[in-house]
Design a protein around this ligand. Sequence first.
Ligand code: NAD
Ligand code: DAU
Length: 368
Amino acid sequence: MKTYLVTGGAGFIGSNFVLYMLKEHDDIRIVNVDALTYAGNLENLSELEGNERHIFVQADIRDRAAMEALFAQYNPDYVVNFAAESHVDRSITDPGAFASTNVMGTVTLLDSARAAWAQDDGSGGFGEHRFLQVSTDEVYGTLEIGPSNADGSPADPATADFFRETTPLSPHSPYSASKASADFFVLAYGDTYGLPINVTRCSNNYGPFQFPEKLIPLMINNALAHKALPVYGDGLNVRDWLFVEDHCKAIDAVISRGRVGEVYNVGGHNERNNVFIVKKIVEEVSRAVGDEAIDERLITYVTDRAGHDRRYGIAPDKIRDELGWEPETRFEDGIVRTIEWYLAHSEWMEHVTSGAYQDYYERMYSGR
Ligand code: NAD
Ligand code: DAU
């Protein structure tokens, strides 16, 4: 039985990953370490109650003693590091929190893995372990809008520019700067100490359990309440959307078959501009609940995000060619599944939008 130490496994992608892996593999157990910040939610994991292959530990990845104790107690074969401050808008108002968790938290985990995994045979090796850093396409910076992006269509892979694993890192937000910095530390631990690492850089995820500070769940929640749909700037910024389960499958593939030391980009040539996404949500939510008052007149253009990257677009050739990974969920299906999930989980939404969320929304959007 292999043991995975998954950090941030009560957040959006982490909880999807934990659920996916335990369903997919009978011969693993997961030690799920999460500090339960505003973004962490044990409700995401409620279906695992009583499952002995899932061990939840509330701890902070910056806490060296706690991390060392976990390595000593559970002897994990693999680490998958999702734990992070993940929201760009919050990084603009509180960059220090991002440096602390995303950079220092990652370094603390790397040190704990290095100490725990060092072979005592004098070889300087680390055996069959793997440390996988879950990174983001945002570390590459921004791309020009491709010719076919203008009407909301994905850019043409034959003609447009994309982020490749060889693209130099050029982050613009405090969030992406902290993630790029963490990437450099992970790669440095590979080069300097021989720690068996991988970095995955994925594009924008969507799906169940995403906190409604991010575009898609925020728009679904606002549309249902007939609230304004706040689109930043001209709404023509482009993101490359991937259904979260496809991201989980990519990480699973990299841990089991990826070459040690390699970076893998994850994305599916599914670029859409923000206005396209919001209009699609309006159409699908309105249809799903049979409410014609949910229409495009709710769309409100608001002040742009500072340093707003114009376009992200991933070239996923390496992970496809080396590991045979390709996205399986088409956006048209994934967005309907996602909306259906939110409609069926209105209690989940009520819980995460009570209290502190209202203050956050007020701070970010009132008078914007
Ligand atoms: P999220 O904000 O939903 O979840 C983050 C989780 O980390 C939460 O459960 C939180 O409690 C936990 N956490 C935060 N600080 C911690 C700390 N100091 N110690 C322990 N736990 C801590 O984020 P997400 O969207 O699920 O993203 C997960 C990872 O994937 C992040 O590293 C992010 O950079 C990366 N990523 C996200 C996307 C995306 O579209 N959401 C795309 C590519 C990469
Ligand atoms: O690309 C991967 C990244 O995707 C991850 O690394 C981040 O953790 C994740 O948060 C996400 O970052 P983005 O900034 O792209 O996601 P967000 O959902 O915040 O915004 C998506 C786009 O929508 C972006 O262009 C900003 C815009 N937007 C967002 C919100 C919340 C709006 O127009 N209005 C909004 O209210």
